[in-house]
Design a protein around this ligand. Structure first.
Ligand SMILES: *Cc1c(COP(=O)(O)O)cnc(C)c1O
Length: 480
């Protein structure tokens, strides 16, 4: 169909209309849409400006965010995102450029991509990053597609990917998407990969082991060098799910731990507001062996000029259009430059101190199935509360009444009634103490007023929802 500009015909007039200086024909919408589709009128509410302002401000106040409330959502790293990042990402030179502009016209943007690559290589020990993937999960996909292509081009017969039972669900999903058989290795009693079981699982057909370190229990995999040896001896890769890299910043890096490739969730560790499907970025970094397999293009520098390099012989191709979620790169770059090496080290240490503080203060009240010193997060079990009638879900919902975002619950899967708490480094001792007080109060309520906990939240606009129904038939209309 021809593209036509539709203008409302002025009654009785045949004057042409203009868009800028271009003359366009006047067309009667009814001629094109027909009478059936044409609306006769629009019933809009007649409201004064003040009513509209109040309506939207009150809606905005219902938001639960890191900026308004403590948000210890385990594994998601809901740290405070400095506002300077937002100001920089909004600079016209970044926000108003178009992906079709010639590289020569967007040298600043390309330089930022190039420099961020340099910084992340230094931080992780990898040799080259790609910034195309829009999430951690997509970073995993990028990584496993590269591994797959590597083995294929080397003529290796590799059929399986090894994943610990504490892994994030995206790991097995990614491996399965790439056509691999997923082999799950159980954790041992201390919460680490069971080395005996791992040795039995890894063989010549192992394409890779996917691992996060610290793992999702918040525990550092102490045998990581041995794990690397085991998989490398069989010609497999060690893939680093870098979602938990926060507590290791500046202390160690995936290359030193023996990993061959990594993804970093820039939106988590390197500070971009995320959640509710906001923009993410899974930066994928590789060592020498896999550089040639990265997605194209990469940003390269020659004689002070930056441009796109498409010449990777074995590239898996493009993962998405243009530059990826470029604004996340700006925020990550600003965040790293602002903190510097010392600042990043402080991030790591404080995230560990904060989690261990919560662990020690709450361990007498909530079960701690894996009592080792934790890293950036701590996983409790609400098993003893469950015996008294309150599940992890009930506790999570009750926290909302205290204006605290629930922790991650029922994950990792190996902990019954899991409460996975990640305070992050940006919270003060006062906030942590308040949280501890609330957790103890809820524990008391379970003894004294179980119904109140079971019927929570009471103070939120939406009360207890039917979880299954909410997932199957979401109803997003506002009934204020
Ligand atoms: C968040 C997370 C992922 C997935 O990252 P997304 O950006 O949400 O796709 C993978 N693994 C772990 C351990 C995570 O915490």
């Amino acid at each position: 169909m021809d593209r036509k500009v539709i203008f409302q015909k002025k009654s009785g007039s045949n004057d042409p209309g203009y868009i800028g200086k271009t003359q366009v024909p006047l067309v009667d919408p009814e001629d094109i849409l027909g009478p059936k589709l044409l609306r006769k009128g629009l019933s809009l509410p007649q409201l004064g400006e003040l009513s509209v302002v109040r309506h939207y401000l009150n809606l905005a106040k219902l938001n639960f965010s890191v900026d308004t409330n403590f948000y210890p959502l385990g594994s998601c790293t809901m740290k405070y995102n400095p506002k300077i990042n937002e100001a920089l990402a909004a600079l016209e030179g970044f926000s108003e450029i178009h992906p079709y502009q010639e590289p020569q016209a967007v040298q600043g943007a390309l330089e930022l991509i190039y420099q961020l690559n340099v910084l992340l290589c230094e931080i992780t020990g990898m040799k080259q990053f790609s910034f195309q993937a829009s999430s951690g999960a997509q970073g995993e996909l990028t990584g496993l597609l590269m591994i797959h292509k590597f083995h294929q081009s080397a003529g290796n017969r590799k059929t399986k990917v090894i994943i610990p039972d504490s892994a994030h669900g995206t790991n097995p999903a990614t491996a399965a998407m790439c056509g691999y058989k997923v082999v799950v290795v159980e954790s041992d009693a201390s919460g680490l990969v069971d080395m005996e079981k791992l040795r039995l699982a890894v063989d010549e057909e192992t394409a890779a082991i996917m691992l996060t370190n610290p793992n999702t229990l918040g525990l550092f995999e102490e045998n990581i060098l041995e794990i690397a040896d085991i998989v490398h001896q069989k010609g497999g890769f060690l893939y680093y799910d870098g979602a938990n890299f926060n507590p290791l910043l500046g202390i160690t890096n995936p290359a030193k731990m023996g990993f061959d490739l990594v993804h970093l969730n820039l939106h988590k560790t390197f500070s971009t507001p995320h959640g509710s499907g906001g923009p993410g970025l899974g930066a994928v970094g590789v060592g020498d062996k896999l550089i040639d397999f990265l997605p194209v293009p990469l940003v390269v520098k020659r004689e002070d000029n930056y441009y796109f390099d498409y010449c990777l012989k074995n590239s898996i191709g493009r993962l998405r259009a243009f530059y990826g979620n470029f604004s996340v790169l700006i925020r990550a770059y600003a965040y790293i430059l602002r903190l510097g090496q010392e600042g990043l080290l402080r991030v790591a240490k404080n995230s560990v101190v904060n989690a261990n503080y919560l662990k020690e203060k709450l361990r007498n009240y909530y079960c701690l199935p894996y009592p080792k010193a934790c890293m950036h997060e701590v996983v409790f079990s609400a098993e003893s509360q469950k015996e008294k009638g309150a599940s992890a879900l009930d506790i999570a919902k009750r926290l909302i009444d205290y204006r605290i975002h629930p922790p991650t619950i029922y994950f990792p899967l190996i902990v019954k009634e899991a409460l996975m708490i990640e305070p992050t480094e940006t919270e003060s001792k006062e906030t942590l103490d308040k949280f501890i007080e609330v957790m103890l109060e809820i524990n008391r309520e379970i003894e004294l007023d179980l119904e109140r906990v079971k019927n929570s939240p009471q103070s939120a606009p939406v009360k207890r929802v039917d979880e299954v129904r909410a997932a199957r038939f979401p109803d997003l209309r506002w009934r204020g």
